[in-house]
Write a protein that binds this ligand. Structure first.
Ligand SMILES: Cc1ncc(COP(=O)(O)O)c(C=O)c1O
Length: 416
């Protein structure tokens, strides 16, 4: 596993593979937390960035590079009419929330239980929910993410359950007058990488419109789900989108995009903006050029072939589960998948939540993959890159098949 008993130190990356400092070659299913959609050392990005290094890597002035990446994203992603760049997904989510507040003049947000949205206090409240909290009617699921978090943050966060229209309606109705936005990742990875029910996403849109609340789609991770991103894929119509990861081509990046009317909160053409926004390295040419080159290579055909590799792997994993009659299931879509130690596919965070025994079983699975030369993220989405081949996909399936057979032979053996 990448963290235990000590972190794996990496010496270099080569396409779909990592080489650690001991010379082990590992198929990388992490891809820097889903960022590297072309794997490591993608030549078009390396060449474009190398060229830039001699001509200046950051300026206080705008450059044409941010315009070309902005145009590409606006052209592809239906919900994005205007866009601004920052340096991380955390910042993108933070400014999307602030933009929703500035537009609605309300402080609160609603967000999905267990979902991960980066490290802005309001965005991370409600991510660390556990059975001790949800089984106690006196405790709010708006749990602080860290010791010492101001309690007032929790008072401004409404936590809703994924795919539960009744819970959504009830909780939004009671907090509506103070809510600026509903923050939602269409397939929250840490909350289980579970497919959204179309009726749930439709209800999110309808209830937001009813109460004048904005919908903020966090596509920092899931923009990789299609040429047009995740919201378009699943029929969500957000007012604002937070993006990141793949749009930086392997360099730090984030972006806030959305409806022109809402994005005007950032505009300074008629004096002081409603929401001032800036950052020393925001829209730096390196991230902009790397992102544009990486995204240009992600044509509709490239997305389709990545998805078919994903389909092949998910189908292969499910076939092995069925063959062994094992209590596992697989979720995910496009270039993402996640294995659950559950016979029935989870439909929300609570169903995907792992008790200590299941947590150890999944750690054992990651250790087994590592022994087979595959880096499988534990507790998060596994992801593919265009550098991977069908043979790489088959290696993933066979490592899993092997694990299931070992498990059958040694159900309690934790030492793998
Ligand atoms: C859905 C989602 N939102 C926000 C973030 C935060 O992005 P960053 O790590 O670039 O700050 C992440 C990072 O994994 C993410 O998966």
């Amino acid at each position: 596993m990448d963290h235990e008993p000590s972190p794996l130190y990496i010496s270099r990356g080569e396409g779909a593979y990592l080489i650690d400092v001991d010379g082990n070659r590992l198929l990388d299913l992490n891809n820097n937390f889903t960022t590297l959609i072309h794997g490591h050392g993608f030549l078009p990005v390396a060449d474009a960035v190398a060229d830039l290094l001699h001509r200046g890597t950051c300026f206080s002035n705008p450059t044409e590079h941010e315009i070309t990446l902005a145009e590409l994203l606006i052209e592809r992603i239906p919900a994005i009419e205007h866009i601004r760049f920052v340096n991380s997904g955390t910042e993108a989510v933070m400014f999307a929330i602030k933009a929703a507040r500035a537009f609605t003049c309300r402080p609160g947000i609603a967000r999905i239980e267990g979902a991960y949205h980066g490290a802005y206090d309001w965005a991370e409240t409600g991510q660390a929910v556990s059975p001790a909290i949800w089984n106690d009617p006196l405790r709010s699921p708006a749990v602080p993410a860290y010791r010492g978090m101001p309690p007032s943050v929790g008072e401004e966060v409404t936590v809703i359950r994924f795919n539960d229209v009744e819970d959504l309606e009830r909780r939004i109705a009671s907090a509506a007058p103070s809510l600026a936005c509903i923050l939602i990742d269409p397939m929250p990875s840490r909350a289980g990488l579970i497919a959204p029910e179309p009726s749930f996403l439709a209800a999110v849109g309808a209830i937001a419109r009813r109460y004048g609340i904005l919908v903020v789609a966090d596509e920092v991770l899931n923009l990789r789900q299609s040429y047009m991103g995740a919201s378009a894929r699943y029929g969500l119509q957000p007012d604002l989108v937070a993006a990141g990861k793949i749009i930086g081509g392997g360099f730090p990046v984030g972006a806030i995009g959305g409806r022109e009317e809402v994005m005007r909160v950032f505009a300074s053409d008629s004096g002081k903006p409603l929401l001032p926004q800036g950052g020393t390295f925001s829209a730096n040419p390196v991230s902009m050029v790397a992102g544009r080159v990486a995204m240009e290579a992600m044509t509709e055909t490239a997305f389709a072939s990545l998805e078919s590799l994903g389909d092949r792997i998910r189908a292969g994993l499910r076939r092995e589960i069925e063959r062994c009659g094992a209590a596992f299931s697989v979720t995910g879509a496009a270039s993402l998948f996640r294995i659950h130690p559950r016979g029935k596919e989870p439909t929300d965070f609570r169903e995907a939540y792992l008790d200590p025994e299941e947590t150890e079983l999944m750690a054992r699975l990651s250790r087994h993959f590592l022994a087979c030369g595959i880096l499988l993220p534990n507790g998060a989405a596994a992801c593919l890159s265009t550098a991977m081949t069908k043979a790489d996909g088959d290696a993933v399936i066979s490592a899993f098949a092997d694990f299931l057979s070992t498990l059958e032979a040694n159900p309690t053996e934790a030492g793998i």
